[in-house]
Design a protein around this ligand. Sequence first.
Ligand code: 0L1
Ligand code: MG
Length: 263
Amino acid sequence: MIKTDIIDDIAMKLHEAESNRFEVDKFTDDYDELNVEFAYEVQERLIEIKCEKERTKLAGRKLGLTSKSKQEMMGVHEPTYGVLLENMELIEGEKVSIEPFIHAKVEPEIAFVFDRDVKGDAISVTDILQATAYIAPAMEIIDSRYRNFNFTLADVVADNSSSSRYIIGDSFGKVEEVDLRLMGMVFRKNSEVIATSAGASVMGHPARAIAWMANKLAERGQSIRAGEVVLSGALSEAFTIEASDHFSVSFDGIGSLEVQFTE
Ligand code: 0L1
Ligand code: MG
């Protein structure tokens, strides 16, 4: 098969799995050529298909695999990134049905909203902070299309880094008013504390993860644009969602966010 046919085949199968709620086996089992570079081409094709079929458009980006423990688990030394689309956004206060998901999990994140473009190939933490309008508490719902979340780095990149939905809180903070490395986080499920963490769990500083992504985007001729949102990476492991679960996340200095799931 020629390269463009393989890209189309994988992207279409991933989109079908998401749309019809079924799991697929990882594609690296069948395609030796599926390395990380190739996988970002599949991801781009998948996003094109989603935008066309779901009549939506790009809202921002997300980082994945930003914690040392997740990277060690997968035997890799770098994170991944993916795309957030407008139709993936959930509104705080609205109940979220688990019906469209395959086997979703939720994780706490810090969202960065940009009011300036971030362009170039030597982007630093300072560049990211200077282009940020505000930060806000967020949760990401990940829903890998792979059976039992079983994938290699290239597979997960092709699958848009497992992204499914995201929720951004109404409260927000300014990056100059908080120390993002020391910012404490408490994550609760059904009122019980299930994880505590600090901003530094995301590659030492959440803006470092975004700077890494900005430099990787530049290699592909892309960039972060003013108005976009970026989820900077999970501050804890992801937790499986069951119908009737309630999750809340509280961050020191920027407020909290809660979500109620239903059948
Ligand atoms: O956002 C994330 O950190 C998820 C990245 C993909 C890994 C996974 O699905 O667990
Ligand atoms: Mg995430």
